[in-house]
Design a protein around this ligand. Structure first.
Ligand SMILES: Nc1ncnc2c1ncn2[C@@H]1O[C@H](COP(=O)(O)OP(=O)(O)OP(=O)(O)O)[C@@H](O)[C@H]1O
Ligand SMILES: [Mg+2]
Length: 428
């Protein structure tokens, strides 16, 4: 059953008029605004932050919202939180909403952290006794014990977000809205928040989550919505929608004319709008322990993978990668030449990269594999072959659990003791 429904929702804003406009211009604008404009159309100095968005979120679902800066993600969450209202369309939310959308939003600056927790609780319709019961847990989660009696106007942005998330994530709303604002927290806190979101999700809470952190979106969300220029461009399986986003946004940027060096050192203009225009992956092949090409390997067997590539422009410091996904699209393993940090120099125009994997550890099943050819540190790869290759893993060295680890065991002689003093340890 849907707990959130958006029916043709539009939100328009006026373009900034901070510039020095004459009184005549201002009068003309005001006159124009008095005239009836056709329904659903933004006036000339208005633009759509969101345009005719239809969306339904089911109870218990975690939906991720992704899209470029300024595409309308926060606007959508603010509409759900009733911080702002739509110009057109209807919004239905079937229950209480807790939100963490802007740093410090919902907090009263003059009040202390403690007072704000009680204030927020009462706004959320909680009885004082309920807040008292949860108070210690909220403070412990935020790790703000020392500053809980400080007015929040003295908090840093990270401290605001710690307390804000701790409150929102412990007061049991029907719908929890979390914006990118979490990124203000340090790495430790971010990972703690993601764990908490995962816990709440397992507990059946409905969550809308805006983020630019694609692995987190992929991990945490049941569905992902891609917002582009105020419109709902796509909604569906996280992996599919994230791939679409990468394709449309990163390659749209890449497609703007850019300069590349050719062999003569001359700057030439090249247009790259698709994967594989500067370099491509031609094939990925698997070989078993006997050196035979195969698509099936036993768990714990040696595996060699050969990735055949071709380049069309000089490429320095390339990185080759392979991502192994289970049939339900969970990322199981990542092989990358970047792991040892050494740059690959003078890459031939065409060639093979070989990955050698002793005692392949993934458990029996069918894996879909991405091949990626990129430049170190660059977000957009030269070539990406998503889920293009398949490897079947059969039972082999039989172990229980999620994966196999290479291991060596030996029986120690009865009188052998562990020597704790290693050669380079000096005791004073
Ligand atoms: N109060 C406002 N007044 C005028 N324009 C606004 C206001 N709030 C947002 N906008 C505009 O609406 C558009 C959508 O903004 P929004 O904050 O929803 O983007 P976003 O997708 O959350 O981006 P980001 O990834 O940068 O957080 C932007 O063009 C923004 O400038
Ligand atoms: Mg935003």
């Amino acid at each position: 059953m849907s707990i959130v429904v958006l029916d043709k929702v539009s939100k328009t804003y006026r373009l900034s008029r901070l510039g020095s406009k004459s009184i005549r211009e201002e009068m003309a604008r005001m006159m124009k605004n008095l005239l009836p404009s056709s329904k659903g159309q933004a006036g000339s100095d208005e633009f759509y932050a969101l345009k005719e968005v239809d969306l339904a979120i089911e109870r218990g679902e975690t939906v991720g919202f992704i899209g470029p800066n300024g595409s309308g993600k926060s606007t959508l969450l603010k509409l759900l939180a009733r911080i702002i209202y739509p110009n057109h369309g209807k919004i239905m939310v079937g229950g209480s909403v807790a939100s963490l959308i802007e740093v410090g939003a919902g907090f009263h600056p003059e009040l202390t952290g403690r007072e704000n927790i009680f204030l927020y609780g009462s706004i959320m319709g909680m009885k004082k006794a309920e807040v008292v019961k949860k108070f210690d847990r909220i403070v412990a989660f935020s790790e703000m014990e020392k500053f809980i009696d400080t007015p929040v106007k003295r908090y840093s942005s990270g401290m605001y977000v710690r307390l804000g998330f701790a409150v929102a994530a412990h007061i049991n709303p029907a719908v929890l809205l979390v914006d990118e604002v979490l990124a203000v927290g340090d790495a430790n806190f971010q990972s703690k928040c993601q764990q908490r979101i995962e816990e709440l999700r397992r507990g059946g809470m409905t969550i809308a989550f805006v983020s630019h952190d694609m692995p987190a979106v992929e991990r945490l969300c049941d569905r992902v919505a891609f917002i582009s220029k105020g419109q709902l461009r796509a909604i569906g399986k996280p992996q599919d929608v994230i791939s679409l986003y990468y394709n449309e946004v990163l390659f749209a940027k890449k497609s703007s004319t850019h300069l590349a060096q050719n062999n003569t050192g001359l700057a030439i203009e090249s247009k790259t709008s698709l994967y594989g225009q500067e370099a491509e992956i031609l094939s990925v092949k698997f070989y078993n322990g006997d050196g035979q090409e195969t698509d099936t390997i036993a768990m714990g067997e040696n595996l060699t993978v050969r990735l055949h590539y071709r380049t069309y422009t000089p490429i320095d410091d390339p990185v080759f990668e392979m991502l192994f996904y289970s049939p339900d699209d969970r990322l199981y393993s990542h092989l990358t030449t970047a792991i040892n940090g050494e740059a690959i120099n003078s890459l031939p125009d065409e060639g093979m990269v070989e990955f050698d994997c002793r005692e392949f550890g993934l458990s029996p099943g069918i894996y879909k594999i991405d091949g990626i050819f990129s430049k170190r540190g660059s977000v957009a790869p030269y070539d990406l072959k998503p889920r293009q290759y398949i490897l079947k893993v059969l039972p082999g060295k039989s172990v229980r659990g999620m994966f196999y680890m290479p291991q060596q065991w030996r029986l120690l002689p009865p009188n052998e003791t562990i020597n704790v003093q290693s050669a380079d340890t000096n005791f004073v």
